[in-house]
Design a protein around this ligand. Structure first.
Ligand code: FAD
Length: 476
């Protein structure tokens, strides 16, 4: 019988355009997928029910894809360093393959799994799949990792990108006897999210699974990428791709996305459209930038990049944090965004920046509380992108601009001028004049009628206070 290889899926819940899986299939037709439900991840207090629901849906779809090509996806619920070697040993596999991840937890976990497999003389092959360029490929002239996005982008965009991996249409799974052995070694039927203790009742903003992700990409390319540069800033417009959750779980290959943009560039006839496609590519590069820096500076996961922020005298109260979380700050654009997050598990990028600035610069609350709240609620919650976004907004990260303060009213006036987004998420304010909603200056009698709260802080006052605290902190 041909060699047997286990392919361990983690953040690559797909069959197509999967570097490690293609390599496994090139080695042998007997490739079996395995996914390990790891309590080290599932028991964390920042797991979002919406994210687990999406992930379990993607695993269901992946299970069907394996069946369609003639093999299986098998499920373990164990510590990976125990479950994967136990299964590999029981099945007498020739090798275990997987794609690497940048997160500190994943790096440490993988080292433990490699050690355990090697103790059992089982070969391991690892690959980089979730990035167009692996960490270490994009370095400064001095051979250091970049800490500023613009030069990173220049270098990253000048490099040739790989084509999507070759497709395979068939594979072989376990024999009946091997399957019985795998059951002995602890494999179980795929549970549902509620069976794991995660309940999400609202619809998902994107359907799970590889085909759905491909459909989202096609829709975006046909309908939105051409106007992305302009529309991406308006939260009331469906102007962005909604591919963040598929990208987080690797439900679509990054080379496939890149190839789609190349096709769009070949077809496009105007400079505006070309610029739009290029802008979207820059967003993909932001994603890679944050993954590269997290890989190079794992301490980012635990706190601010700039030491000044380690002892910053944060001011806000728990009540103010609660008002921010629940969308009750009295700042309509902030509250609309937080309610979008709470109700859908997703928030528009412009609004992520607005609410993050508001939490850190208006309420003067530690950005790490916001970072965690986002992880607890986002369908696309991703350590590298979320931490990068929060540190950028809090000014504690690598962004060379020392202080970035968003004025909620100016942001709303510019990016939601008719208050369409605000009215969508704050139904109690639908009868209020949009002018009042975007400026945030709602007359007292109208406020009373709607039951909407007064602003819990004054932006101008808080901005002065924040700058004063920052100055004192800088002066030591
Ligand atoms: C405070 C804050 C927290 C964030 N948290 C996350 C998070 O947990 N997970 C996440 O995927 N993104 C996060 N982002 C980045 C961004 O908001 C989302 O990626 C984007 O809104 C997802 O929508 P989309 O797929 O329609 O994006 P599009 O505009 O279509 O962009 C395409 C893809 O590029 C990537 N991308 C776009 N912008 C960024 C960015 N600024 N940083 C990193 N990658 C980017 C995403 O993978 C996205 O799917 C955060 C941003 C901020 C300011």
């Amino acid at each position: 019988m041909a060699e047997l290889v286990l392919f361990w899926h983690r953040r690559d819940l797909r069959i197509l355009d999967n570097v490690g899986l293609s390599a496994a299939r090139a080695r042998t037709p007997r490739v079996v997928g395995v996914f390990c439900l790891d309590s080290g991840i599932l028991d964390r207090d920042d797991m979002a029910p919406v994210r687990v629901t999406y992930m379990m849906g993607c695993l269901q779809a992946l299970e069907k894809q394996y069946e369609a090509v003639g093999s299986q996806l098998i499920i373990l619920k164990a510590k990976p360093e125990e479950g994967i070697p136990r299964l590999a040993r029981a099945l007498n596999v020739d090798a275990v393959f997987w794609n690497q991840d940048v997160e500190p937890y994943a790096q440490a976990r993988d080292r433990r799994v490699i050690a355990a497999l090697q103790q059992n003389s089982i070969a391991v092959s690892t690959f980089w799949d979730q990035l167009l360029h692996a960490p270490g490929e994009i370095l400064t002239n001095a051979g250091e990792p970049y800490t500023v996005y613009s030069p990173f982008w220049r270098n990253w965009s000048s490099k040739t990108k790989l084509e999507p991996c070759p497709t395979f249409r068939n594979a072989q799974g376990l024999t009946a006897d091997e399957h019985a052995i795998a059951i002995e070694a602890g494999i179980l039927p795929l549970p549902t999210a509620p069976e794991l203790g995660f309940v999400w009742d609202a619809p998902l903003i994107v359907d799970p699974g590889e085909q759905a992700a491909k459909d989202i990409l096609d829709y975006f390319c046909q309908n939105a990428i051409a106007e992305y540069q302009e529309n991406r800033n308006y939260p009331a417009v469906l102007g962005t791709s909604l591919l963040s959750a598929p990208l987080k779980f690797g439900v679509i290959g990054i080379r496939t996305l890149w190839a789609a943009t190349t096709l769009q560039l070949e077809d496009c006839r105007s400079d505006e459209v070309r610029a739009s496609i290029q802008t979207w590519r820059q967003e993909l590069a932001w994603r890679e930038f944050y993954q590269h820096v997290l890989y190079a500076f794992p301490a980012l996961a635990d706190g601010p990049y700039r030491p000044l922020w380690q002892t910053f005298p944060w001011q806000g109260t728990d009540e103010q944090f609660e008002a921010w979380c629940t969308g009750q700050t009295g700042y309509p654009i902030v509250d609309a965004a937080m309610r979008q997050l709470n109700q859908t598990g997703w928030m528009h990028n412009r609004c992520r920046m607005i609410v993050a600035s508001f939490l850190t610069k208006d309420l003067i609350i530690n950005w790490q509380r916001g970072e965690k709240y986002f992880m607890q609620n986002l369908i696309d919650g991703d350590l590298a992108a979320n931490n990068g976004g929060w540190q950028w907004s809090a000014s504690s990260g690598m962004d060379p601009k020392p202080l970035r303060i968003f004025n909620p009213a100016s942001q709303a006036q510019k990016f939601d001028p008719e208050a369409e987004y605000i009215r969508e998420w704050l139904p109690e304010l639908r009868s209020v004049d949009p002018e009042y909603l975007v400026t945030g200056k709602i007359p007292a009698d109208q406020l009373q009628r709607t039951g909407y709260p007064q602003p819990i802080v004054d932006h101008a006052v808080q901005q002065r206070l924040f700058k004063q605290l920052y100055q004192q902190q800088k002066e030591g």
